[in-house]
Design a protein around this ligand. Structure first.
Ligand SMILES: [Zn+2]
Length: 114
């Protein structure tokens, strides 16, 4: 029988939502909002990319553009969406990372009881 123990935390928060980070944000003085509110300007593509990477870094505490091998900054060359399976397969095959799903054996026959 499984019973939840009282007094235990049931939800853990990481990154941006962790207690440590929330405390640090609360202590830090809030910066004034940037830009002129009367004339909002759409960010350039480069600014948008930097913003995306900064948000990922902030929330997951990992740099999405940092090369895991050498640490240098990687460049985004394309966005591939979920419905582009043929493109994903082509790229993975080219990199030698494509794995065919193993064929499944038929379900084992249970001996008949008679
Ligand atoms: Zn590298």
């Amino acid at each position: 029988m499984s019973v939840m123990e009282g007094g235990k935390h049931l939800i853990r928060y990481y990154g941006w939502y962790s207690n440590k980070k929330r405390g640090q944000r609360a202590r830090r003085p809030q910066p004034a909002p940037a830009g002129d509110a009367a004339s909002p300007r759409a960010p350039s593509a480069q600014e948008a990319r930097k913003g995306w990477a900064a948000l990922i870094k902030q929330v997951y505490e990992a740099d999405p553009l940092g090369c895991p091998k050498c640490g240098s900054e990687m460049r985004i060359i394309a966005f591939i969406e979920r419905d582009q399976g043929d493109v994903i397969e082509k790229i993975l095959r080219h990199c030698g990372l494509w794995e065919e799903a193993p064929a499944r054996d038929p379900p084992a026959q249970e001996p008949s009881v008679g």
